[in-house]
Design a protein around this ligand. Structure first.
Ligand code: HEC
Length: 448
């Protein structure tokens, strides 16, 4: 009781101060937590927000983008605690920034400043355990969409479990996004050898027999899903790497080559690119393998198919995944990667557990291709056997969509080009019954 009373008193005293936020006391702390991941030298934001000078120079713009919820970029409308690394501002943080600008952006007492964040260098998660890079730089042709696959040998002598990946684009102006696949067939190197220059053109996927593009009903078996698990996720502008929960990892065969599929989009300028990939190995014993399962729209014959009529303003495409084969077993969904291209407006994923009402997995109401990424659940989602995942994508293929890449609206179908569309959600799942730990491992030592 005494404790409660004193907390109460403290709040009373602090309230009048909080009404006049200063840079040193409040705003600097919010910027450390919610802005500096990108607004620091050599990262994707165009300027740093690391000092009073930075913040006061940009104060009016900060007011606009924070007030309109453009910054920090964070798309899911789900509650903030649902995903790890959620970077949206709380209502209190937003209000503190707006009040601060309105009060004339006061600096306050520099003695109140927090310690600067440690400089982690280029890699947000610190130095990776293994850095791979394109063997030589590549200059994409100007004015063209280009999907180019680069084959990266890992040099590993043992199989590895990967808990996080990060990508550092060489030329940020032309690297649109990066997807990572693995290949244990040796096919990727042959494709590379047959194509001039570094890498090879790989429009609809990495072109190997293990690729997602080969997915259709005739091979939609558990084993085909496990080999589609031959992906390591991806990177798109704005995405921060999120390590998997302890005990869950992606498997990397020591003989696998990593195929880095880079989407170059160099409309006006081009540049030499040499993108790097950082791999973080699991530091704790691994209990479960993460597999990436794609949810895609299928036609009656089980082939991937979707059509968005020319001019349609509010066109829905639906996809659904159910038993068998996946939800024959109880699974846990750890991460989700929703994906559409430029006509996409909304994307919604629901999980229907047997005998329950559908629950929201993720919802994005103003889709922006430039701010896509994979989202890791704070509390991984249980999907018992018999569950169904439903994906709904909404597109605007009318003249009113300023992002429509075609000069005139035209019928749009599935494909990997910018003028094609996708309605896709990758689920990063683990099987609940899987336990890779040695039989004798005592439970208490399994986790940190
Ligand atoms: C995930 C990365 C990221 C985070 C986090 C982020 N920004 Fe940005 N910001 C950017 C990028 C990139 C741009 C360049 C414009 C664009 O591409 O949208 C930008 C642009 C801006 C601009 C200029 C806008 C304009 O219209 O000229 C302001 C102001 C800004 N950010 C403020 C903030 C503030 C304040 C925060 C934190 C509360 C923040 N940003 C968090 C990436 C980020």
């Amino acid at each position: 009781m005494i404790l409660r009373l004193s907390v109460f008193l403290c709040l009373c005293v602090a309230a009048p101060l909080a009404a006049q936020p200063t840079y040193s006391r409040q705003v600097s702390r919010i910027m450390q937590a919610k802005c500096q991941t990108c607004h620091r030298p050599n990262d994707i934001a165009p300027f740093a927000l690391q000092s009073y000078d930075d913040a006061s120079t940009w104060a009016e713009d900060i007011k606009r983008v924070v007030g309109e919820k453009i910054m920090p970029p964070w798309k899911p409308v789900d509650d903030l605690s649902k995903f790890r690394g959620a970077r949206a501002l709380t209502d209190e943080e937003r209000q503190a920034i707006l009040d601060w600008v309105d009060a004339g952006a006061p600096e306050g007492d520099p003695a109140d400043l927090p310690e600067p964040l440690p400089d982690k260098g280029e890699w947000v998660l610190g130095e990776p355990d293994l850095v791979l890079q394109m063997s030589e730089s590549y200059r994409p042709p100007r004015g063209k969409d280009m999907y180019r696959c680069f084959v990266l040998p890992t040099g590993l002598t043992e199989n590895q479990f990967i808990s996080a990946v990060d990508v550092l684009p060489g030329a940020r102006g032309v690297v649109h996004h990066v997807l990572l696949y693995t290949d244990t067939t040796g096919e990727a190197e042959k494709l590379d050898a047959a194509d001039d220059g570094p890498g090879y053109t790989c429009y609809g996927g990495p072109g190997t027999s293990q690729s997602v593009g080969k997915l259709d009903a005739s091979n939609l078996s558990l084993s085909s899903l496990l080999s589609i698990g031959g992906t390591l996720g991806g990177w798109a502008p704005g995405q921060r790497p999120e390590p998997l929960p302890d005990g869950t990892s992606m498997f990397l065969d020591k003989n696998a080559r990593i195929i880095m599929q880079v989407h170059y989009y160099s409309t006006r300028v081009t540049a030499d690119d040499q993108t790097r990939l950082g791999l973080y190995f699991s530091k704790v014993p691994v209990e479960k393998r993460l597999l990436w399962v794609p949810i895609v729209p299928l036609d009656g014959n089980g082939h991937i198919s979707m059509t968005i009529p020319a001019g349609a303003e509010n066109h829905e495409v639906k996809a659904e995944f159910t038993t068998p084969p996946l939800f024959l077993f109880d699974v846990t969904i750890n991460t989700i990667y929703p994906h559409m291209h430029l006509l996409g407006r909304k994307i919604d994923v629901q999980l229907q557990r047997p005998r329950e009402d559908p629950g929201q997995m993720i919802r994005i109401e103003d889709w922006d291709f430039n701010w896509q990424g994979s989202y890791t659940y704070t509390e991984p989602v249980k999907a018992p056997a018999g569950s169904t995942v439903r994906l709904t994508c909404t597109y605007d293929n009318s003249v009113n969509n300023p992002k429509n890449p075609a000069p005139e609206p035209k019928t749009v179908t599935w494909g990997e080009g910018t003028e094609d569309e996708m309605c896709l959600a990758f689920l990063g799942i683990t099987f609940d019954h899987e336990n890779l730990l040695p039989f004798s491992a005592p439970t208490s030592k399994r986790r940190k």
